[in-house]
Design a protein around this ligand. Structure first.
Ligand code: VAH
Length: 314
């Protein structure tokens, strides 16, 4: 049986559905602070920082795998750094410790391109540079990766992790991240609204389409144990673009679409992150290969969001 934390989040909500399909609806326990309206499946309300509550769900349901997606993201995290650290680390310690003590076989821990910081090669960023993250979110993820590795080395807990780029999908909305603009821009375009971008037009960031992000997660978790040579976290790449390029891609479909640029505090965060990622290790170890690029993703995003908004207006 599988437990997901942060199951109401951008990635968590889509991953929950995928896991339900793969393992059967009754075998996936989705948890979050609040239940989403219209959620289908087994949901339990859980604050992932509450050890006892998490332990109870794990033992009661005989959980064998945990996907720990609950976290405060980069932009939101800067509002209250110590609280962000507390939530991100406490929840991870709970997952690791409860897993170790209750026979959980496998743990998935999402890391992020936010771990790198601005002291590294920003193009084709390698797997193992000196990590100097600039946000408390990035610090929590780089520490978290090392804790995952520690639990693997010390206790043999099968912890696996990916450094996601910004994730873009039509199914759900992100909350509190620096890459969120690249989801919002499609919603504005489909609603025929103007888009005000909180990053400069030339800020290149690594991104990935939701379908690729989910497939990478499942492929990593399915890979034979001996193929996993990295127990901190794998670099993962999908595509890279800047706001101007995503705007141009959307304009091919909506020629009247308009954008303006009003960079805010998130510009500084984005400027400290890589522009593209070298994910050779993921490709070699477990056969990773992304499918979508900016144009193929844009077509699907717009088609799916048009369907979604039509449904709402009927
Ligand atoms: C954020 N989307 O913007 C997250 C992510 C690639 C960065 O971890 O905070």
């Amino acid at each position: 049986k599988i437990l997901i934390t942060g199951a109401g989040g951008q990635l968590g909500s889509v991953l929950t559905k995928e896991l339900q399909q793969k393992f059967g609806e009754q075998n996936v326990i989705a948890t979050d602070l609040f239940e989403k309206p219209n959620f289908i499946g087994h949901f339990e309300q859980l604050d992932a920082t509450n050890y006892k509550a998490m332990e109870k769900i794990v033992t009661k349901n005989k959980i064998t795998q945990i996907y720990h997606l609950a976290a405060i993201l980069s932009a939101k995290g800067e509002e209250n750094p110590l609280r962000t650290w507390d939530i991100n680390m406490k929840s991870l310690f709970n997952v690791l410790e409860i897993s170790r003590l209750n026979g959980v076989d496998k743990v998935f821990y999402p890391s992020s391109i936010a771990v790198f910081g601005d002291k590294i090669e920003r193009e084709n960023t390698p797997q193992n540079p000196n990590l100097t993250p600039t946000t408390v979110y990035g610090i929590s993820k780089s520490s978290g990766e090392n804790w995952g590795n520690y639990y693997f080395e010390k206790y043999g807990l099968d912890v696996r992790s990916l450094r996601y780029p910004g994730v873009i999908g039509y199914q759900s909305l992100p909350g509190g991240g620096t890459t969120d603009y690249a989801v919002d821009i499609y919603h504005k375009a489909v609603k025929k609204e103007k888009f005000s971008c909180f990053l400069e037009e030339d800020t290149i960031l690594p991104m990935i389409f939701m379908e690729d992000a989910i497939r990478a997660t499942l492929e990593l978790m399915d890979a034979p144990k001996e193929r996993i040579s990295i127990r901190t976290s794998y670099n993962l790449a999908g595509m890279s673009f800047n706001p101007k390029e995503i705007f141009e891609a959307i304009k091919k479909i909506y020629p009247d679409f308009e954008i303006s640029y009003k960079p805010d505090f998130r510009q500084k965060i984005a400027s400290s992150w890589p522009q593209s990622i070298n994910d050779t290790n993921a490709r070699v170890d477990w056969g990773w290969k992304p499918v979508y690029n900016l144009n193929t993703m844009s077509k699907i995003m717009i088609q799916k969001l048009e369907e979604k908004y039509k449904l709402v207006t009927i």
